[in-house]
Design a protein around this ligand. Structure first.
Ligand code: SAM
Length: 398
């Protein structure tokens, strides 16, 4: 039931990744001398993603680990909503968790190190074998009980909820879970069904603060569209809560390209930030009544702000390369300091397209000698798109 369909070795050429690699997974592992591997050694990295994006998530981790010279193989199954990396060198993922930054991964929502899949948990006592496994883990401050973002996974939500309290209590009793400690670690249990689970740990600062990487955001009825949640999640993902006021305050100004009906604009106006909303389409009436929005019915690709603004956001549905060039133009001309934008993904070669757009922007910024912070993420509220955040450094905030 939990067989993996695609198994990629790390040295398989990225271009060939659309094809499953044909080799005997077990034979291959048997050929590798990994010494005396105790079941408590962490050699598995779990990455959770949106169902349908396993291939992109696998390609990305594969490329990153290859650059770092880590040997192993990636396993995944279409529509499973997770990817597993198995290292040939045991126990390194606690160390690797410090080197692989979740915020540098585009397609992974959550990341933790694991000792591997524990199968056949006895239905009458799942806790005892799990506690035994966790006893060799570092002390943890918290625990996330997670499951894949699939219909099958969601059917586990009741089971996971019921399991949480007794398991937490058992972990606390064994002093594996110490909520008041200074530990950097969080415990994870990722259930595939009630008998199969990946136990593991993450670094709190290098993992999603939300179980399974899924934020539960409240949709306000006064927001003009559900797209508003995308910008809300982007802000919560790309900067810390304590920093919100530095990034968003009423002294700032914003441009929203492709603004209609106003879900993204609304996120600014509720923070009393004035917005130039660029779109031929109509803006929600209540939003216009706020007096904080100037609506201009012009083409977002030709619009030039009369003076620099703090924020430019762009949700225009267009070719991702065209949007990448537009973002570069705004930053290289100093028209904005911060930007959030969506890159709509093509049907095929999604990973390659995102990498291409990333390099278009980076090359332009480097040519202009600009210092920047740049993140791309496939957010929970994104479907066939990824969201970018770019911030110019050493730049006076307008
Ligand atoms: C996905 S919708 C934006 C939704 C909006 N962010 C919200 O939260 O309500 C994309 C918008 O881009 C606009 N659009 C498409 N091409 C455009 C262009 N060249 N210039 C400006 N807007 C454009 C469309 O009219 C459409 O309203």
């Amino acid at each position: 039931m939990h067989e993996f369909l695609y198994v990629y070795r790390l040295n398989d050429k990225l271009n060939n990744l659309s094809l499953p690699v044909t080799f005997e997974y077990t034979t291959h592992v048997n050929n590798i001398n990994i010494g005396n591997v105790s079941t408590h050694l962490m050699k598995t990295l779990l990455l959770l993603c949106r169902p349908g994006f396993e291939k992109e998530c696998a390609q990305e981790i594969q490329q990153i680990l290859e650059i770092k010279g880590i040997n192993g193989y990636v396993k995944t199954r279409p529509l499973s909503a997770f990817v597993v990396f198995e290292s040939f060198e045991a126990n390194q993922f606690l160390e690797l968790l410090k080197q692989i930054k979740l915020n540098e991964l585009i397609f992974a929502r959550q990341m933790f190190a694991s000792t591997g899949l524990m199968g056949n948990l006895p239905a009458n006592d799942r806790i005892t074998p799990l506690i035994k496994q966790f006893s060799s883990f570092p002390v943890c401050k918290d625990i996330f009980i997670e499951y894949p973002d699939t219909n099958e996974g969601k059917s586990l939500s009741g089971f996971c909820k019921k399991f949480t309290t007794p398991f937490k209590m058992a972990l606390e009793k064994q002093k594996i879970l110490q909520p008041d400690s200074n530990t950097d670690y969080r415990a994870h249990l990722f259930f595939l069904d009630s008998a199969n689970v990946y136990p593991g740990v993450s670094l709190i600062d290098n993992s999603s603060p939300w179980p399974s990487g899924i934020p539960r955001l409240k949709y306000s009825k006064s927001a003009p569209s559900r797209s508003t949640l995308k910008l809300d999640e982007a802000w919560q993902t790309f900067f810390k809560k304590d920093d919100q006021n530095n990034y968003l305050n009423r002294k700032m100004t914003a441009v929203d390209l492709g603004a209609s009906p106003g879900g993204w604009t609304w996120q600014f106006t509720r923070r009393f930030i004035h917005v130039h909303a660029i779109d031929n389409g109509p803006m929600q009436k209540e939003l216009m009544d706020s007096g904080l929005v100037t609506h201009l019915k012009v083409d977002g690709f030709n619009y030039k702000p009369p003076k620099p603004v703090t924020w430019m956001v762009c949700d225009i549905v267009e070719s991702p390369k065209k949007v990448a060039k537009l973002i570069s133009q705004w930053l290289c001309n100093g028209w904005c300091t911060y930007t959030i934008f969506n890159l709509k993904l093509p049907m095929k070669k999604r990973y390659q397209e995102v990498q291409l757009c990333k390099s278009i922007i980076i090359e332009a910024l480097n040519e202009h000698d600009l210092k920047y912070e740049f993140h791309l993420k496939h957010l929970y509220h994104d479907r066939e798109e990824v969201t970018g955040f770019l911030k110019l450094l050493n730049h006076t905030v307008q």
